[in-house]
Design a protein around this ligand. Structure first.
Ligand SMILES: Nc1ncnc2c1ncn2[C@@H]1O[C@H](COP(=O)(O)OP(=O)(O)O)[C@@H](O)[C@H]1O
Ligand SMILES: [Mg+2]
Length: 243
């Protein structure tokens, strides 16, 4: 059905029931916007999709494979197809931009140094970062660091990209660069989930949205359905009338 299928996902932390029953699908090539107030469990869902967390019950199917019962070796195969763009970017401060980008390739593949260099230069160019390869993260602006983080996530050429608030705190220029990047990947047929509070970006890139509230997907729809349904839960959330 979908390249990502989450069914009856339940998860608690201690006594706190965070996900009561979460079900959603993302078809190949689609971008789903996952929205909801702070602390509703959006990041936990993204982390679960790459097997960094396990639901207490329910099913997660990625590309026809159930991942909740997989061991670390099987999960590492699944993770080759997927990129999780962290909230913070999470670069290694003691490594140059070049080494940061080379890291995932060296970790997972046996590419020649010239192949690695070629891929890095291509990614840096895509993100408007040509000439930054020998700089350290500490010498870059926040927006540039975020773009380096994104470029690094793309080194493995993932089929599925999970973005966790990629534009949070960014200026309009860097926000636009990130929107362009998400659209570029979508045009190549890649699938993505975008967790965000940045509604202009969601409307620029998403095909549909799902609203997480009280442990369930309480509303969902295509962007055009949502635009028409001004009294709906999602519209009210977007307009600051519901949390
Ligand atoms: N490792 C953890 N240990 C305990 N509680 C956690 C852990 N990870 C997340 N939580 C709790 O789960 C809830 C959802 O977290 P999160 O997915 O980060 O929310 P969101 O990304 O929607 O803001 C929060 O209330 C948080 O306190
Ligand atoms: Mg989060």
């Amino acid at each position: 059905m979908g390249i990502i299928e989450v069914k009856n996902f339940k998860k608690s932390f201690g006594k706190k029931l965070v996900h009561r029953d979460v079900t959603f699908y993302v078809h190949k090539g689609e971008c789903l916007g996952l929205i909801g107030g702070s602390g509703v469990g959006k990041s936990v869902i993204l982390r679960s999709l790459i097997g960094l967390e396990k639901p207490d019950s329910g099913s997660i199917v990625i590309d026809d494979q159930e991942i909740t019962s997989m061991d670390e070796r099987e999960l590492s195969e699944i993770r080759k197809k997927m990129a999780y763009v962290f909230q913070g970017g999470a670069l290694f401060d003691s490594m140059t931009v070049y080494e940061n980008l080379a890291y995932p390739l060296r970790e997972h593949f046996k590419y020649s140094e010239s192949e690695i260099r070629k891929r890095i230069m291509t990614q840096l160019e895509e993100f408007g970062l040509s000439g930054c390869d020998q700089l350290f993260p500490g010498n870059l602006s926040g927006g540039m660091q975020k773009r380096v983080g994104l470029a690094r996530s793309m080194m493995m050429e993932p089929e599925i990209v999970l973005y966790d608030e990629p534009t949070a705190g960014l200026d309009p220029y860097n926000t636009k660069k990130i929107q362009e990047h998400i659209l570029r990947l979508k045009n190549k047929g890649k699938t993505s989930i975008l967790v965000t509070h940045d509604m202009p970006t969601a409307f620029a890139v998403c095909d549909k949205m799902a609203f997480l509230l009280d442990g369930v997907i309480s509303a969902q729809g295509t962007m055009s359905e949502l635009e028409k349904d001004s009294a709906g839960l999602i519209s009210r959330f977007i307009n600051g009338e519901a949390s």
